[in-house]
Design a protein. Sequence first.
Length: 438
Amino acid sequence: MEPKNFLFCSLDAALLTDVAWHVHAEGHDVKYYIEAESDQEIGDGFVPKTDDWRAEVAWADVIVFDDIWVGTEVGTGALAQELRAEGKAVVGGTPDTDRLEEDRGYAMEVLESHGVNTVDHRVFEDFDAAIAHIEANPAPYVVKPLGEVQNVKRLLYVGDDDDGSDVVDVLRAYKKAWGHRMKGFQLQRKVEGVEIAVCGFFNGERFVEPINFNFEHKKLFPGNIGPSTGEMGTSMFWGGRNKLFEETFGKLEGWLAEEGYVGSIDINCIVNETGIYPLEFTPRFGYPTIVLQQESMITPTGEFFFDLAHGNDPGLEAHRGYQVAVRVCLPPFPFTDEATFAENSRNAAVVFETESREGIHLEDAKKIDGQWRVAGDNGMPIVVTGKGDTMQAAREQAYGRIDDIVMPNMYYRDDIGERWINGEGDRLLAWGYLGPQS
């Protein structure tokens, strides 16, 4: 493919650095815009930058938005829709697809109106009303904040007590500590089973095959304990339009086409022997999911996104085995503490004991005089990936690569992918949700 002009836009935090870096390395012309002042050094030395993304719109052959947020407000879907109306090729959502993530009640309405099963759920704006509901309907529940505060990942709470008493205690604490910011939240009835996400790339008219199936590892510590972080790692594979796809996105394909959605969209589900229960949408790239998807694509990244944005079938070729991504972190992640970050992590060197950078992906990193360094203020410098014919082989490759990296104070989960090996894969196959990988 002839070199094209790609404009990558992070209108809040810097999230698309790695994708921009890889597209640039493939020989395309790239300009990357980062709105958040604290993140503007991320990608320095790796990716050409611009300080005015709107001034580059006419130059760009493809415009890529990384999230639904414009600062603290939802808004990239509206921008993408406006640019598409002007004839630009855009990877991004629409106002209604943005709303799938920002308004969980609306998301459940969309699912139900298209015949997709959902778990029992209610949206509350009043803490006392939610507590009264739990006391009148005792059961284990999940608390999911709505709006801007949902980005504080540690506020998501998955209850354990059969009568919901632990959730009542959490809501009382949230009312005191977060009542001024948490304007609403969703209570979902907790369902036991295997948590799996169905992720597809949509070209404005239909889903591109193959489909991606991935397993998020959100808690900070191995064994899935500790605070929620958004994501500590991901395991995945690519497959066909199996039952899991057809019972979820298969029923929404027409609606997404009416919206004109372009890009990655993910639906996280709990699956058991009785059914598939969608939990939440990610109508944008997932992080670090996108870097693992990019790593496992045989089709060049720039060519793929160019075709996707222009409504073509990219003819996606992907690795046919299994893939694992591990987020490598530094203090104070997942918390915010300027003093701790300044003392332990700011400008820290990322030292490689081999010449190879295979499977190493950027998050909050920059390059100065050839040296990789920590950038930003979040403590998430890199993601390390691995591939293999089995999940265990993918794990071994990823963790072998981590063994060749030195960063004082670095930490990561050492169990990414183990859930599949320890029985989740067998259960999904036994329940008939996963057909042969295509």
